[in-house]
Design a protein around this ligand. Structure first.
Ligand code: NAD
Length: 265
């Protein structure tokens, strides 16, 4: 094995990897030598720049598939296309996610449906299509991007918290089903990471709570995070690289907090 590129020859699929955490994880896996299938929404020229940049920087194959995570047929095509392009599927990271913040009595039903589809059901569709491929090759690592909100709740996030708690159930169930096949299924549970998803919550949270945006960052977002610091991308990448290494082979069905102590309270 190449010590600098321990994942050389492996193929990784990360949903929602045109931005934020997914892009940072794609970069970390590419840096470790894996070929990458990117996915997500966004401006086509920007995505192409990202794709070409990753491939050039790390000397790996990087492809993009624009499957919408609300469309099971497109998700199945994403998995099949990844396997066809790389001949393998070693690492699958259902990561795409959206947020909407509103009191339960005002929560728009269409937002509930979209959050459940993108944050929970898309992981089911990725895993359902990916597991047979992983079983056939005798190896796989599934890492669901959950959240602290898979373990505890916050007000005004009913759909997000419900979806992430659902992802916890999916993670544990799949872990049991695949354990004897040299496949693991775990979830990373980050606290607050300063991504576009979080930056977009600051205004609506201020409105929902009737406080200023500065107060939201200090008293709402980081209030729960005892370190009083946002989680950094490299701290999530470090855990991911451990989970996909030989050393991580016995970690299975785990919900792994990276939250500065939030869920210790
Ligand atoms: P982000 O908004 O930066 O990225 C979200 C990604 O999902 C983007 O690539 C976007 O294009 C993609 N996406 C959204 N809807 C999609 C759809 N219908 N089809 C395909 N792709 C779609 O957000 P982020 O903060 O990087 O979030 C990534 C994951 O991490 C989410 O599951 C989120 O719940 C989770 N998470 C984030 C934080 C945080 O503090 N940022 C904390 C815990 C968990």
């Amino acid at each position: 094995m190449n010590a600098q590129k321990p994942l050389a020859g492996q193929a990784a699929l990360i949903t929602g990897s045109t931005s934020g955490i997914g892009l940072a994880l794609a970069d970390a896996l590419a840096g470790a030598g894996a070929d990458i299938m990117l996915n997500g929404l966004g401006d086509a020229d920007e995505i192409e720049k990202t794709r070409a940049g990753l491939a050039h920087e790390h000397g790996v194959k990087v492809l993009f598939h624009g499957a919408n995570m609300t469309r099971p047929d497109e998700i199945a095509d994403l998995v099949a296309t990844t396997h066809k392009a790389f001949g393998r599927l070693d690492i699958a990271i259902p990561n795409a996610g959206i947020q909407h913040i509103a009191p339960i009595e005002d929560f728009p039903p269409e937002k509930w449906d979209a959050i459940l589809a993108i944050n929970l059901s898309s992981a089911f569709h990725i895993i359902r299509a990916g597991v047979p491929l992983m079983k056939a090759q005798g190896y796989g690592r599934i890492i669901n991007m959950a959240s602290t909100h898979a373990l505890v709740a916050s007000p005004f996030k009913s759909a997000y918290v419900a979806a992430k708690h659902g992802l916890a159930g999916l993670t544990k169930t799949v872990a049991l089903e695949v354990a004897a096949h040299n496949i693991t299924c775990n979830a990373i549970c980050p606290g607050y990471v300063k991504t576009p998803l979080v930056e977009a919550q600051i205004g609506p949270t201020a409105k929902a709570r009737g406080i200023s945006e500065e107060d939201v960052v200090r008293d709402v977002l980081l209030a729960a995070q005892p370190t009083k610091a946002f989680v950094e991308y490299n701290q999530l990448a470090g855990l991911l690289l451990y989970l996909v290494s030989d050393a991580g082979a016995s970690v299975n069905g785990a919900m792994l907090p990276v939250d500065g102590g939030w869920t210790a309270q």
